[in-house]
Design a protein around this ligand. Structure first.
Ligand SMILES: Nc1ncnc2c1ncn2[C@@H]1O[C@H](COP(=O)(O)OP(=O)(O)OP(=O)(O)O)[C@@H](O)[C@H]1O
Ligand SMILES: [Mg+2]
Length: 243
């Protein structure tokens, strides 16, 4: 399901999962003003684009102006022209969503999020691959591997990241949430694989960013242990045979 708002609408109905969803709306003038008043950082994203293209970050600065960042560009604007500047940057004819920014945790100063791959083998979801995607630079807007982010073993990053708390507790939370999300989305859609983007913020909260139906796993496989990779391949073979 390449449809972020649809995923959000399904998941927000579950009170336990809802706590892990950044506030999200369709982009329009009213939601823009409302979100700028509420959050210091917001993200604008194509509802169904791939690989970090077209993602825009807006930060409120203290002097009443805003910093807009996308790809390798940053601009400063004020309230009077923010809407028109954003509209020029947005990729046409994509429909955009607007989302509360997550203050991503960092590894050696570079923000990261995580990829948790689950596969539905027979009737149950299994976690197969996991990785942490660490952005190329300190102030990166996105952590997509397609945009150069580096894959690391998740356990290494949880043990070594800059705001490290309790790695095992964090891991348990991440896996538990991923299972809940795969199972809810799987009840609504005929999906057999879910590549979840899960984020940790600097104070240790776990957030759901999005789910990909056809996650790119080749590089993620390289940072996993042989048992996990075998589990992933077995699940893939079973799924192929059952098609
Ligand atoms: N609300 C947010 N707060 C902080 N960072 C975000 C937020 N939303 C997205 N990002 C960053 O941008 C990246 C890309 O966002 P997202 O995964 O939602 O879109 P995408 O990868 O372009 O979409 P798709 O995978 O559907 O093609 C994330 O991996 C994360 O690094
Ligand atoms: Mg993504």
């Amino acid at each position: 399901m390449r449809n972020k708002i649809k995923q959000y609408e399904i998941l927000i109905k579950d009170p336990f999962v809802a706590r892990h969803l950044p506030e999200t709306y369709w982009f329009h003038n009213k939601s823009l003003l409302n979100m700028l008043n509420k959050h210091q950082v917001i993200y604008l994203k194509p509802n169904d684009n791939a690989g970090g293209n077209g993602v825009i970050r807006v930060k409120s600065l203290n002097n009443g102006t805003y910093q807009i960042a996308y790809e390798k560009t940053t601009k400063q604007v004020d309230t009077s022209n923010i809407g028109s500047v954003l509209r020029k940057i947005m990729i046409w004819p994509q429909k955009y969503i607007i989302q509360q920014g997550i203050d991503l945790a960092t590894y050696k100063g570079r923000p990261f999020d995580m990829r948790i791959v689950l596969q539905k083998v027979l009737k149950t979801w299994r976690v197969t691959l996991t990785s942490a995607k660490v952005a190329t630079v300190q102030d990166a807007v996105v952590t997509n591997v397609a945009k150069g982010a580096e894959d690391f073993p998740l356990q290494k990053i949880l043990q070594e990241y800059d705001q490290k708390q309790e790695p095992l507790a964090a891991f348990r939370e991440i896996i538990d949430l991923s299972h809940q999300i795969a199972s809810i989305l799987g009840n609504q859609q005929a999906i057999r694989i879910a590549g979840l983007d899960i984020a940790l913020d600097k104070i240790g909260r776990v957030w759901f960013v999005e789910s990909n139906e056809r996650p790119e796993c080749s590089r993620c496989k390289l940072v996993n242990d042989p048992i996990s990779v075998k589990k992933y391949e077995e699940a893939r073979n079973i799924l192929k045979r059952s098609k």
